[in-house]
Structure formats: C-alpha cells, structure tokens
Design a protein around this ligand. Sequence first.
Ligand SMILES: *[C@@H]1O[C@H](CO)[C@@H](O)[C@H](O)[C@H]1NC(C)=O
Ligand SMILES: *[C@@H]1O[C@H](CO)[C@@H](O)[C@H](O)[C@H]1NC(C)=O
Length: 294
Amino acid sequence: MLMLITWFLFSVPLSCFAFIPDNTEHFNSVIGELTDRLADLEERLSTQEHINIDLETRLKVQEKRNREQEDLIKALFARTCITSKQAAFERQQDAKLHKNSFNRKSSVDKEKTESGSSVLTTFEKATVSEKGVNEQFVIIKHGLHGANRSMKDVQNIDCDRVAFYSYLSNTDMHPKPNQTIVFDHVVTNTGGKFNFKTGIFTCPIQGVYAFSWTVYCSNGGYLISELVVNSRSVGDMLCSGQGDDNIRHTSSVAVVELNEGDRVYVRLHPIAVLNGVLWSGPTYLSSFSGWTIF
Ligand SMILES: *[C@@H]1O[C@H](CO)[C@@H](O)[C@H](O)[C@H]1NC(C)=O
Ligand SMILES: *[C@@H]1O[C@H](CO)[C@@H](O)[C@H](O)[C@H]1NC(C)=O
C-alpha cells in the first residue's frame, strides 16, 4: 500500500512532466490557428467595411432617386390634382346644381328623398371617374412605402378631372354678333366648373382639355360660332342652312392646353354678318361639352 502511494506520488508529477511538451505544442497550434482565424476575420471585416461603404453610397444614391421620384410624382399630381377637400366641396356644389336642374318640378317630399339620391349619383359618378386615379394612388403608395416621406401629402391629394355637358333649352330667334351662347341646361357638370348662367367653363388646373359644340341653324340662314379661350378664338364653325328649307346642324371638336383660370366658351362670330336663328328644342339640341384629357 505504501509502495503504491509512493509510486503514485512520484508517478503523478512525472506523468505531468511527461505531458508538458505535448500541451505546449497543442497550445502553440491553437494560437497559430487563432492567429490565422483572427487574420481571416480581420480580412473579412475589412471586406465587410468596404461592402458597407459601397452599400451606404448606393443607399444614398437610392434615397436621392426616391426623393427625385417623389418630387416628380408630387409635381405630376400638383399639375392635375387638387386636394380632396376641394374636390369634395365641388362635388357637393355639383350635386346641388344637379338637384336644381332636375328636381325643380318635384314635390317637396320627393325632392327631399331625391336630393339624397342625386348626391349619391353624383358621388358615384365621381367615384367611377376617380377609380383610375385611385388605382394610380395604390401604385404610388406601394412605390413610396420604402421612402416613407410626405406620404400624407400624397394621400391628401385628389385628382380634379372635370367633365360637363350642357345644352341650350330654348331657341334664340335673334342671335347677335359677339354674343356668348349660354348653354343653360346642365346635364353633367362633374367638378362644377361649367357655369350655366354665363355659359363659361373655368379651367380648374393646367392640363389638356377637349371641347365639342353643336349648333343648329335655321333654314335659309347661317351662323358662325367660335370656341373661345379667354378672348382668343381657337375654333370657328359655320352652320349653313342656305338653300335648304329645313334646319341644319354642325359640330366641331377642339383640343386645347389650358392654364388654371382660363375661361372657355362658345360665342357667335364678333363681326361676321349672321343670318339665321339659333335653334334648340326637344329633338334638336344645340349643346356644349368639355372634359379633361390629362
Ligand atoms: C413612416 O413615418 C412615420 C412618421 O412620419 C412613422 O410613424 C412610421 O413608423 C414610418 N413607417 C415606416 C414603415 O417606417
Ligand atoms: C366682343 O365682346 C367682348 C366682351 O364682351 C368685347 O371686349 C369686345 O370688344 C367685343 N368685340 C366686338 C367686335 O364687339
């Protein structure tokens, strides 16, 4: 037993010494390995730093592009749109106008119920015409999601596309030169920019618009009408019933670029001699219409 303990006491340190060279070797190899890995990591870190710098640069370029695109989108919308508040207000005006034009003969009760549905109809019309715009908004919303800048500005903008159609409710037996034709019976006035009391359409926002007008003239006579932007004629049309024993009509179309506030109307030629009657009746309506193209 004693011998065993003695052997153990001696053998342990001996065996420890026996391991020392092995451990050092292992330690050195571990250090070597760690040094290599550290060098590798340093290299990777350096590569990563370069990648980061590259990404930062690209991000800045992308952010700049996003801002430019947003500005472009805003400019486009500013060109063709106004705020939804204003559009809603105009729709209300339009609904009132619609009600006034069509419900005059209705009884008070009927008017009460119909005015509600008239407002609804107008809103439905506006909704349909703005459907395309809403689709655009969805695209833009998604497009700008990443940028997340001034989203409220874009969301609050609503397009102001207008369209009107109005006809002359009565024949004018004595049309005079330079007289504005007041197409007084409004059928459509989406956006409320056509004034049926003056016959003048006022452009709500810069854009391209189309106008069409139809004039019935009397048998044996003729009328020259003009489409006027502010005071400049942009289209002249002769309606001649000469040589005929019945009424005749002509129509014309014009596409014009307008600025906000431009006034568009149809007038009779300022100096040409007119010889005829400006007809309008249940089966032969002289009319004026216009709409936003873009
Ligand atoms: C977008 O910006 C608003 C503040 O204007 C913030 O509250 C919101 O968390 C942002 N959304 C994202 C997805 O970054
Ligand atoms: C036509 O009417 C406009 C406005 O009412 C007026 O400014 C213009 O001088 C008139 N032209 C002629 C030829 O009478």
